[in-house]
Design a protein around this ligand. Structure first.
Ligand SMILES: Cc1cc2nc3c(=O)[nH]c(=O)nc-3n(C[C@H](O)[C@H](O)[C@H](O)COP(=O)(O)OP(=O)(O)OC[C@H]3O[C@@H](n4cnc5c(N)ncnc54)[C@H](O)[C@@H]3O)c2cc1C
Length: 298
């Protein structure tokens, strides 16, 4: 693909970019090959401009903090990173945050303002945009509980508008953004006044649980599979005796059977083979169809 016109456009718009970037450095599981271009718009306006420019012309992918995502060996397109679009501000008991703001950063901000409701998000390593896309959840809380509305860019209509919570079609690990060509620009989160000491205590407890149950010292992408109805993927994988099973350096974590870890030099195809193996085993042993939560980008 010829990226000359795109590079000229990025230069003219004063948008930072890298050419032939190693995608493994952009995702928490540290696998993947080169991407032709990675662009880093630093405002919502620049984000919309690039998307408008590349839509229907180039292959593109919106990447936030890459904590649920990995790329193929060669991505012949443009990755648009939202990481530099991350302002957070307060309006009474509401937080207004841009898509690239970190979930943990939003949780800390809420705590500092004495606002409760985001404690569950403390320690989730993704961004608000990624969290809304996936309806991130933990310890009984979920993003859909606190989102009042989202400002979105409609890629095909080339327009910006606001969608309120009920129109975001939130469900378990899903939202309207999974199915529609809409980009999350910013969101308003409605929180409750709380007692700072209580908020802090909850956040610390949740972080302790993460540290004691998750393989945080080895590259991973969080839970590899969604929860099957009425059960946990990790429970099934554990009961199938698969903990520690590996394909090359891709391994089912010995600490948490729901996580796949990269012990050093795993490739995306190692991860894909391991996922296929796990799904087959769980289907054969329990007649359950596991569905990936982590996102593979080709
Ligand atoms: C150690 C660890 C622990 C984790 N714990 C949890 C947990 O407790 N609960 C939980 O739910 N998840 C957890 N995760 C998974 C992950 O952090 C979340 O799913 C998070 O919401 C993903 O955010 P991200 O910014 O990294 O998204 P990315 O991985 O960068 O992107 C995920 C998807 O969102 C889309 N996206 C991102 N931004 C936008 C945008 N602005 N507009 C439209 N689409 C967008 C991307 O295109 C992609 O399809 C964990 C991951 C790790 C590594």
């Amino acid at each position: 693909m010829d990226f000359g016109s795109l590079i000229t456009y990025l230069d003219n718009c004063n948008i930072k970019y890298d050419i032939n970037e190693n995608t493994a450095l952009l995702v928490s599981i540290r696998v993947g090959g080169l991407a032709s271009i990675v662009a880093y718009p630093d405002t919502i306006e620049k984000l919309c401009r690039i998307i408008k420019f590349v839509n229907n012309k180039f292959k593109y992918f919106i990447l936030a903090n890459g904590t649920n995502t990995y790329f193929c060996d060669s991505f012949d397109g443009i990755i648009i990173s939202t990481k530099n679009i991350n302002n957070i501000k307060l309006d009474k008991n509401e937080i207004i945050a841009e898509c690239g703001a970190s979930l943990t950063g939003c949780a800390v901000y809420a705590y500092e303002e004495g606002l409760s409701g985001l404690e569950f998000a403390y320690g989730i390593p993704g961004t608000l945009g990624g969290g809304i896309y996936m309806n991130a959840s933990a310890f009984g809380g979920k993003i859909s509980d606190v989102i009042k509305e989202c400002l979105v860019y409609d890629v095909d209509k080339e327009s910006i508008y606001t969608l309120c919570n009920k129109n975001l079609n939130f469900s378990d690990k899903c939202s309207i953004f999974v199915k529609e060509k809409l980009i999350i620009l910013k969101a308003v989160l409605t929180l409750d006044k709380g007692i700072k000491a209580d908020i802090n205590k909850k956040m610390k407890t949740y972080m302790q649980k993460r540290i004691s149950t998750q393989p945080l010292d080895i590259p991973n992408a969080g839970s590899a599979f969604k929860r099957p109805k009425g059960d946990y993927a990790s429970r099934l994988i554990d009961e199938a005796g698969l903990k520690g099973y590996n394909v090359g350096d891709a391994q089912i974590s010995k600490k948490h059977a729901g996580f796949i870890v990269n012990n050093g030099s795993a490739s995306s195809s190692d991860i894909n083979k391991l996922i296929k193996y796990i799904k087959n085993e769980i289907k054969n042993k329990f007649n359950v169809n596991l569905e990936e939560e982590i996102i593979y980008v080709e």
